[in-house]
Ligand binder design. Structure first.
Ligand SMILES: Nc1ncnc2c1ncn2[C@@H]1O[C@H](COP(=O)(O)OP(=O)(O)O)[C@@H](O)[C@H]1O
Ligand SMILES: [Mg+2]
Length: 256
């Protein structure tokens, strides 16, 4: 049995009297692509904030690489963050920095490595997302949406994390570019052996790339399992959520 990378146990989060997460539990295993799907405001991003230790549970536990995140010291937390790559929802590139500086940002900030060395690491990571040296010195404003997304992914993998969290990796992209990013997420798992958590409301993406997925509704897990299990869930919300997409999804999972 492969190792558990993330374990969330009965996670509750309350902010200003509002219950945002109401007893969420799941496990993500090594090399899995695990998606969290659900409507806007259902709590998807909130779950990931607990995994990276940005938020503390109101109650419940979050274990990452076997360690209780809320028990870590600041130094241990910094170590943990190095092992987790986070691809932010909006890409969040620094507009005043070139592509290679964005990708090498961690090393520019936290090490004494020379700019030449960092540029080399950046190129190596850019190649992993199918970009090449032509983009090194471009500014983010010169890139297409799909390229910006690739650069954010290259930045997230710069420190060779064991876990990558993608927050809405295909949002704002056209359908064709979205499928390219899906393929890239799968490729990266092959190339680097990393585990991935993908937060998304793009159901084609979730159902084609995930080993397992979880459906969240207003902070509650309403379905969890392999894509074919979730598609056949009898939960009325899941049926409505997947609804008209079901035929398309069943067809997709056959051809992929
Ligand atoms: N910092 C915050 N303070 C108060 N409420 C928040 C905060 N962040 C998120 N929320 C609320 O928590 C709920 C879940 O948000 P979020 O996890 O971002 O949803 P999703 O990623 O599924 O769209 C939403 O109702 C949102 O308004
Ligand atoms: Mg979100």
């Amino acid at each position: 049995m492969s190792e558990v990378v993330v374990r969330v146990e009965d996670l509750h989060k309350e902010i200003e009297g509002r219950k945002i997460l109401k007893g969420v539990s799941f496990e993500v295993r090594e090399r899995e692509i695990f998606s969290i799907i659900g409507g806007s405001g259902s709590g998807k991003t909130s779950i990931t904030k607990h995994i990276i230790g940005l938020w503390k549970p109101t109650s419940g536990k979050v274990y990452v690489f076997g360690r209780d995140v809320s028990e870590l010291s600041q130094a241990e937390m910094d170590e943990l963050r190095k092992d987790i790559g986070y691809v932010f929802q909006e890409g969040a590139l620094f507009d005043s920095m070139s592509v290679w500086e964005n990708v090498g940002f961690y090393f520019l900030e936290h090490t004494n490595m020379s700019r030449g060395e960092i540029r080399k690491i950046a190129l190596e990571k850019l190649k992993l997302v199918d970009l090449d040296e032509d983009v090194l010195d471009l500014m983010p404003s010169e890139l297409s949406g799909g390229m910006r997304k690739r650069v954010s992914i290259a930045r997230a993998i710069a420190t060779n994390p064991k876990l990558i969290i993608y927050d809405e990796p295909t949002s704002g992209l056209d359908p064709i570019t979205s499928r390219v990013i899906d393929r890239l997420i799968l490729q990266l798992r092959e190339r680097t052996g990393t585990t991935a958590i993908v937060v998304t409301h793009d159901m084609i993406s979730a159902f084609t790339i995930s080993d397992r997925l979880l459906v969240l509704r207003k902070g509650v897990v309403v379905a969890e399992g392999r894509p074919e299990e979730v598609i056949n869930s009898t939960d009325p919300f899941v049926q409505e959520f997947i609804g008209s997409m079901k035929e398309c999804l069943l067809h997709q999972s056959k051809i992929s």
